[in-house]
Design a protein around this ligand. Structure first.
Ligand code: XMP
Length: 323
């Protein structure tokens, strides 16, 4: 009979046995899965675990701080934060093709992660033999199941690893579904804001800017996204919907009027969806007054945005993310 208590107990024991007196590392993405996996392993082996968080500068507002402060406070985990935003922005300069962006972000991520990992391995102390991954049951099924699904986007999991890394894997969530992972995280004392987070793509805001990714555009999108999240949370809707990507159409401009002046700014797209597993999705029928508040606040508070539009496409034919 399944209880979160049982799962935690079983896993803690198994992990202790597996790791012995060696060390483990874990890539944190800021997402639910890697956070819960890390917390579980931390509970089992404490200071034998080191977490690595690569800040690629494509995070949402407050995300890095959430990992640096709240996650560490809740778990006591040893954390190495690498600020690599310059490097990612440089690599993304001039790039507009979605697949190219994804590949660049994935590649840079691995390089930074490997460097951090090499530094940890070079530390004094027992050998680092294990890598913790927040793989869930649906991930196992989707990647190994041979379902014949066509590869539509090169999904990149921050926290994911290059294939030639010479580590043994610890995957304590392999048998769990997302809602179960959330329950385990809650039981482990992780903050609500982490446990109840909506899914967020590994390449972050980099694939929510249609057009070239620049620091200014990222700042702008971060503000718009923070407003949408705030209002959805205030309306108590954040847990009803699966997720709500906020997308900046950086290469599109339209004419507007603000105060007594003409504006020529960018549109922001709201993409609220409901879904069971992200394989298919429907657009969420959000209340008009919530949409109105989000729209008013974004156009008032975010520079260079003069229009907010709603994406009313299901998946298929649209994917959830725009890139
Ligand atoms: P799409 O856009 O394919 O997205 O309908 C389906 C779900 O996957 C998330 N997503 C990603 N997650 N790395 C991730 O970890 C990625 O590269 C990636 N791309 C999309 C997306 O947010 C949605 O929940």
């Amino acid at each position: 009979n399944w209880t979160t208590g049982n799962v935690i107990e079983e896993q803690v024991e198994a992990i202790r046995k597996q790791v012995g007196d060696k060390r483990a590392i874990c890539g944190l993405s800021g997402g639910v899965d890697s956070a819960v996996a890390a917390a579980l392993v931390q509970k089992a082996i404490g200071s034998q675990l080191t977490c690595v968080y690569v800040d690629h500068g494509l995070m949402r507002k407050g995300e890095t701080e959430q990992v640096e402060k709240d996650f560490v406070a809740a778990t006591g985990v040893q954390l190495k934060v690498v600020d690599a935003s310059e490097r990612f922005l440089d690599a993304l300069k001039g790039v507009t093709d979605p697949e190219e962006k994804r590949k660049i972000i994935g590649r840079e991520f691995i390089r930074v992660f490997e460097q951090a990992q090499a530094e940890i391995v070079a530390d004094e102390g027992p050998a680092v033999e294990f890598l913790v991954q927040g793989t869930l049951y649906p991930d196992v099924v989707e990647s190994g199941g041979g379902t014949g699904t066509a590869n539509i986007k090169s999904h990149h999991n921050v926290g994911g690893l290059p294939e030639d890394l010479e580590f043994k894997l610890i995957e304590p969530l392999r048998k769990l579904f997302k809602d179960e992972v959330r329950m385990v995280g809650q039981e482990l004392g992780l903050p609500e804001e982490i446990v109840q987070r909506q899914p967020f793509p590994g390449p972050g805001l980099g694939i929510r800017i249609v057009g070239e990714v620049t620091r200014e555009r990222l700042d702008l999108l971060r503000e718009a996204d923070a407003i949408a999240r705030e209002e959805l949370t205030a309306a108590g809707l954040d847990r009803d919907i699966w997720q709500c990507p906020v997308v900046l159409l950086a290469d599109v401009r339209s004419v507007g009027v603000q105060g007594d002046g003409r504006t020529y700014g960018h549109p922001i797209v709201l993409r609220p969806v409901s879904s069971e597993d992200a394989m298919t999705a429907d657009w969420s029928r959000l209340p008009y007054d919530v949409l109105a508040r989000i729209s008013t606040r974004i156009t008032n508070e975010v520079k260079d945005v003069n229009r907010v539009v709603l994406d009313v496409t299901s998946k298929p034919p649209g994917t959830i993310e725009w890139e």
